[in-house]
Design a protein around this ligand. Structure first.
Ligand code: KIV
Length: 271
């Protein structure tokens, strides 16, 4: 029998069962009540309240400016709407690096104030003390390796990571370390497909890919990218399922025309 059920509430354990059963995990971002409701209704397994809100909601160039208060606000809006999906909340830049006590305080704030179900942190060995301390408080942690956008000023570009041997070896070691520390899943962002496949096969916890090929245990996309709301970003890994930019601007143009011509509102639309 399939682990997948539209009626079943998803937990971190469900994701591990899905990996064992060879069933793919679906994950999308959401940052607000209205879209989170639709995403949840659509049957996605995991909703990520991503710090990509910095780009798509706030129009910033990077995720670096995101604050803990911003993330908690977005997570609160999403949590209100969601009935089925597991809600994972990104810990923003500066809320967990370098000091595990601050990391724990930040994670506790996210859990208590937003009612999210888990947190996600970027990085491997450098942040493992923070991961360990958060886990020791009973908070589930999702890892994130490969392209980690909070480190964009260190990388200098958003190109594919871990193409060279040394970086690939570090990614493999970091993935094992995160698993052994107790993470329930790991996101692999923009790494070669063969590497993602190999590590996914070696790990017992699920891997969720974005730009990491088809052999991860699940896939994640940024909602606004896959809906075609954001069109200035077209990486090769992105599949657009709608062209909402065209549809929304078309609807706004039609509305403006109707108001200007006096066609809206008509008699039936008036009291
Ligand atoms: O913030 C985000 O949306 C993410 C995904 C790209 C995985 O971390």
């Amino acid at each position: 029998m399939s682990v997948y059920s539209k009626a079943r509430k998803i937990t971190t354990h469900t994701l591990q069962e899905m990996k064992r059963a060879g069933e793919k995990i679906t994950m999308l971002t959401a940052y607000d009540y209205s879209l989170a409701k639709l995403v949840d209704r659509g049957g996605v397994d995991v909703i990520l309240v991503g710090d990509s809100a910095s780009n798509v909601m706030a129009g910033r160039e990077t995720t670096v400016p995101m604050s803990l208060d911003h993330m908690i606000y977005h997570a609160q809006c999403v949590e209100k709407a969601v009935e089925r999906a597991l809600i994972v909340v990104d810990m923003p830049f500066g809320s967990y690096q370098g000091n595990s006590r601050i990391a724990l305080e930040s994670a506790i704030r996210i859990m208590k104030e937003s009612n999210g179900h888990a947190v996600k942190l970027e990085g491997g060995a450098e942040i493992v003390d923070s991961v360990q301390r958060i886990l020791s408080a009973g908070i589930p942690v999702m890892g994130h390796l490969g392209l980690t956008p909070q480190s964009i000023y260190k990388f200098g570009t958003y190109t594919v990571r871990a193409k060279e041997d040394e970086e690939a070896k570090k990614l493999i070691a970091d993935a094992k370390l995160l698993q052994d520390t107790g993470c329930f899943a790991i996101v692999f962002e923009k790494i070669p497909a063969h590497l993602a496949k190999m590590v996914s096969e070696e790990l017992s916890i699920p891997t969720i890919g974005i730009g990491a090929g088809g052999q991860c245990d699940g896939q994640v996309l940024v909602l606004h990218d896959m809906l075609g709301i954001t069109t200035d970003f077209s990486p090769r890994f992105l599949r657009r399922y709608l062209d909402l930019e065209t549809q929304i601007t078309g609807a706004v143009e039609a509305y403006c025309q109707d108001v200007r011509s006096g066609d809206f509102p008509n008699k039936e639309e008036s009291y």
